[in-house]
Design a protein around this ligand. Structure first.
Ligand code: C5P
Length: 412
């Protein structure tokens, strides 16, 4: 079931040109299964029409404070209090000033004054208005009041200027919304995650690699970030948008991945060591013994060509061996038959705490797919088998398992 299924979201729309992007936010939330109630300010309704909002949200639009209610229509104040989340997008300078002052001179600000639950604002305005001390004061006040902020971003603005003030993109707003609704069970924790394939060059134009898409690692990073962790994401070449808030450490070869992951594992950053490592990367086990500086030529009279390969360092085994007793290491094992038995043997050999085993030949599993069937095994014969699940859900369960294990470690 989708995370958004059945969630009630109020979306407040201020009077700014970025209001057109809020339509996309509404569309995506509805598509994901959420119930969306748009509450535009009178100025907001000059940028997007009631009809557009109604069509996208699939329900009534609430705009005016002193409007007689239809029989059976939900009380606006109750709605603001009961909604899972209120998103204000765009949050204009004027709207934030009124919110910070506790005004209630239109329906949206009245709702916000009655609101106690999670509230997210996506500011959008001209860069000079954004950097003005009055706006910055209001933003600081709103943060103190518990309002979360997403953006603004830097870039070209509708007013023709360029700078900080552009509203965050719909995907970023949705991700921030999701984080606002996720219990921060990993707050204060630092996670190291490896993802994607590696590339081992034969010569300047050719390399050895595999089919890893990086999806499982990406979902794992997103799940850890949503739970409040700091995430170092060491990744090979992938075609995925960066998970917002992750510290990206791009690498190409297994050797680079090894060096980068080890550094993150062993060196505290700002006095904080890594609490856990989840190694989802499909690391090449071997690399060409020698990378040729020039493109290898075809030898016309030789029907065969032989490559000599050298073994790469095993990152999972090394991180496990160098864990300090508080740190938890989780590996992945893509198997093709006898998965559990091989998994047990691998867990013991690599010395990790957890191993997520999946049979990549099972339908719906493996490289590039959006779903996976995983059995998570631990030491002392512990195991948990999960049904076919979206990788997003697999990642969430994995994060919960690591959280539980970290809790045990820190108790003893
Ligand atoms: O031995 P195998 O490649 O099946 O092990 C898979 C697990 O080990 C994955 O978690 C993978 O990220 C990790 N691994 C590693 N370094 C390697 C090979 C695999 O960290 N050189």
């Amino acid at each position: 079931m989708s995370f958004w299924n059945g969630k009630q979201i109020v979306i407040g729309i201020g009077g700014g040109i970025a209001a057109y992007k809020s339509l996309e936010v509404i569309r995506r939330l509805r598509e994901a299964g959420a119930m969306v109630v748009p509450v535009p300010t009178p100025a907001g309704l000059r940028f997007v029409t009631e009809l557009t909002l109604q069509s996208l949200a699939g329900g009534p639009v609430h705009g005016e404070l002193m409007q007689p209610r239809q029989p059976g229509e939900m009380d606006h104040i109750r709605l603001a209090r009961e909604a899972d989340l209120v998103i204000i997008a765009p949050a204009t300078a004027d709207l934030m000033a009124r919110m910070a002052a506790g005004q209630a001179d239109d329906l949206l600000t009245a709702l916000l004054l009655a609101r106690r639950g999670p509230t997210l604002a996506a500011p959008a305005m001209n860069p000079a208005m954004w950097s003005h001390p009055a706006t910055q004061r209001n933003v600081a006040r709103l943060r103190e009041d518990g309002v979360r902020m997403i953006g603004p971003e830097s870039g070209a603005l509708a007013c023709g200027e360029s700078g900080e003030g552009r509203m965050a993109e719909p995907a970023a707003i949705l991700e921030a919304a999701r984080r606002a609704l996720t219990p921060p069970i990993l707050a204060g924790r630092r996670f190291l995650i490896t993802a994607g394939p590696t590339r081992e060059e034969l010569d300047p134009v050719r390399f050895l690699t595999n089919h890893s898409s990086g999806k499982m690692g990406w979902e794992t990073a997103l799940a850890a970030l949503r739970a409040g962790a700091e995430v170092d994401l060491v990744h090979g070449p992938v075609a995925l948008p960066p998970p917002p808030g992750a510290r990206l450490l791009p690498v190409t070869t297994a050797g680079e991945m090894h060096a980068t992951a080890l550094k993150a594992w062993l060196e505290p950053r700002d006095g904080r060591e890594c609490d856990a490592a989840i190694l989802t990367a499909a690391v090449a086990d071997y690399r060409p013994a020698q990378r040729q500086p020039e493109k290898i030529k075809k030898e016309h009279e030789e029907p065969e060509m032989h490559l000599t390969l050298t073994q790469n360092p095993d990152i999972l085994a090394e991180l496990s061996a160098r864990a300090n007793g508080r740190q938890v290491v989780c590996g992945f094992a893509a198997e093709t038959g006898n998965a559990l038995e091989r998994g047990r043997e691998k867990l013991a050999r690599k010395g990790c705490d957890l191993l997520a085993i999946n049979d990549v030949t099972a339908p719906g599993c493996g490289f590039g797919s959006a779903t996976n069937i995983v059995t998570l095994i631990g030491r002392d014969g512990w195991q948990e088998s999960w049904p076919l699940l979206p990788k997003e859900e697999v990642a969430e369960r994995l994060i919960r398992a690591l959280h539980a294990l970290l809790g045990q470690r820190h108790q003893t």
